[in-house]
Structure formats: C-alpha cells, structure tokens
Design a protein around this ligand. Structure first.
Ligand SMILES: NC(=O)C1=CN([C@@H]2O[C@H](COP(=O)(O)OP(=O)(O)OC[C@H]3O[C@@H](n4cnc5c(N)ncnc54)[C@H](O)[C@@H]3O)[C@@H](O)[C@H]2O)C=CC1
Ligand SMILES: O=C(O)[C@@H]1CCC=N1
Length: 262
C-alpha cells in the first residue's frame, strides 16, 4: 500500500467499520491522517485519533479517499448516494452482490467481503471476492487491510459468499447460543450462576482453543471421545441421536436463505 493511500470508511463508526478502522490505526497500517470516516449516526470511536477526518458527507469522503470501504447495513445501501468513479470499493454488506454494489456506487472495481463479529477482537474471518477489474496490487492491498482483523481469504467465486454469510458471517452467534443453552441447563440443575457461567465459558473457550491447536478435523475429536466410551460419549450420543445436527443444519439453511440477495 502506497504511503499516501487514503482509505475512507462509509459507516466507519459502526461495529464492523470501526473494528477495521481502529485496527489499521493500532497496527500502523494507515496513519490517522490517511483515514477518513463518515457515519450517519455520529460517534466517537476515533476520539484517541484526532487526525482522523470524520465527515458527514459521503461525497466528501469519496473525494478524499483512494479506497472506499462500504460498511452500512444492507437496507441503507440505497441511501448511499456516491459516484466512486474508478476507485476501489470494498463492501462489507451482506445480501448485496458485487453487481448491486457496483451499480449503486458507480465503480466496477468492487470487492465483496464478509466479516464477522470477532473482527472486533482481531479474530474475525473475512472471505472475500473481487471483480475482474480489481488489479493484483489492489488484491494484495485488500488482503492486508482485511487480515488486520483476523483471517482473510480470497475466493474464486462470489457465490460462496452467500453461504459463508450464514456460516462464518453469523457464526459467532452460534457459540453464544450453545453457551446460553448450557447455562440454562446448568442453572436448572442447581448450579450457582457464577459457577455455571465460569464453567460454560471456560469450557467453550478452552475447547475451541484445543480444537484450534489440534488443527485436526473436529469430527476426529468427536469420534475419539465417543470411542473413549465414557460419560462424554453418553452425552454426545444422546445429542446426536436427539437431532443436534439436523437442528444446526436447519439454522444454517435459514440463515443461508436469508443471505441471498432478494
Ligand atoms: N456486525 C456483524 O457481525 C456483521 C456485519 N456484517 C455487515 O457489515 C455491515 C455493517 O454492519 P455493522 O457494522 O454491524 O452495522 P452498524 O449498524 O453497527 O454500522 C453501520 C453504520 O453505518 C452508518 N450509516 C448508515 N447509513 C449511512 C450513510 N448513508 N452514510 C454514512 N453512514 C451510514 C450508521 O450510522 C452506522 O454507524 C452490514 O452490511 C452487515 O451486513 C457482516 C457480517 C457480520
Ligand atoms: O446478522 C446480520 O445480518 C449480519 C450479516 C451476517 C452477520 N451479521
């Protein structure tokens, strides 16, 4: 990335926009004077970076920026009235294809990326797809900008992004649902709230870190614990026989359907 490159984030005070913007500042990827933020809702996410330019007018942002990140809710896209010309536009929007974004912003150099909530702690997952007009140099820039908040991966086909919106885009919600269900059961089993919460959180975080370190197929761990044939196996068999996979898959399917552009 050229040292003079100015990056603008439309919606930069929002959850994903500020996750990226602050990561770039904290990691030195962009000096504050090379970052421009616009947001309809105001906000003070950049209060510690006074040289960051916060503007109200998206057209002013487009004039100032070389690369434009679009980080508004899908339903707000139609109100983003800009002409990005031949500039690179990186869209974080769910349910909005590259073609839809290109038609809206007036540039054919579009990247569509699908972040997730863990971007906030730089453990996100960013699959992304670029239109043919995006150059190799720009693709390297995109990869650098996105992996500031976790893991980023360029996809060969845009079509996978609808499914990944459901799988990884929404994904951080699934451990939260699992934790909530485990907590409910622990409390109904007479475990004190503080112990129940500590047990659930340590178990889910520790178990995830163990999976990450093992690096193996998670199914191997499931099979290994079933083969161990202890109390864990009794629980796993009851969950699997009780329809766990079917319920999870139906949820992923519902989210996938919702992610498809209308
Ligand atoms: N939050 C998440 O976990 C994920 C979000 N996404 C996508 O990221 C995008 C941003 O989502 P969030 O950051 O969660 O939303 P958010 O609601 O936190 O932030 C959106 C920001 O855009 C601003 N905005 C709206 N219209 C505007 C306009 N015309 N001009 C300038 N700013 C405007 C709002 O004021 C707000 O600050 C969405 O398209 C969403 O689908 C994708 C995956 C995960
Ligand atoms: O829930 C949503 O609509 C956004 C897009 C995928 C994850 N969060």
């Amino acid at each position: 990335m050229h040292e003079d490159t100015v990056v603008g984030i439309i919606g930069g005070q929002g959850w994903m926009g500020r996750s990226l913007g602050l990561a770039w500042l904290e990691q030195g990827l962009r000096p504050p004077e090379r970052l421009v933020i616009s947001s309809r809702s105001g906000g003070d996410a950049y209060r510690d970076w006074p040289e960051v330019r916060c503007v109200q007018d998206n057209r002013a942002l487009v004039d100032l920026a070389d690369v434009i990140v679009l980080s508004v809710r899908p339903q707000d896209l139609e109100r983003v009235d800009i002409d990005a010309g031949d500039k690179l536009v990186i869209s974080l929007l769910a349910m909005a294809s590259c073609q839809t974004v290109a038609s809206r912003v007036g540039s054919q150099r579009v990247v569509r990326a699908m972040p997730n909530a863990a971007a906030e702690i730089h453990r996100g997952y960013f699959p992304w797809y670029a239109t043919a007009q995006v150059s190799d140099v720009e693709r390297r820039l995109v990869q650098t900008l996105l992996e500031s908040c976790g893991t980023a991966r360029e996809l060969p086909k845009e079509s996978a992004l609808d499914y990944l919106t459901a799988l990884s885009g929404a994904g951080p919600a699934y451990p939260a649902l699992l934790a909530q269900s485990m907590l409910d059961h622990a409390r109904h089993s007479g475990i004190a709230d503080d112990i129940a919460l500590e047990a659930v959180m340590q178990t889910l975080v520790g178990g995830s870190l163990l999976l990450e370190r093992e690096g193996a197929d998670p199914g191997d761990m499931v099979e290994r614990l079933i083969a161990y044939d202890g109390t864990t196996a009794k629980g796993l068999r009851a969950m699997i026989d009780g329809g766990f996979n079917g319920i999870l898959h139906s949820g992923l399917e519902a989210a996938h359907e919702a992610a498809k552009e209308a």
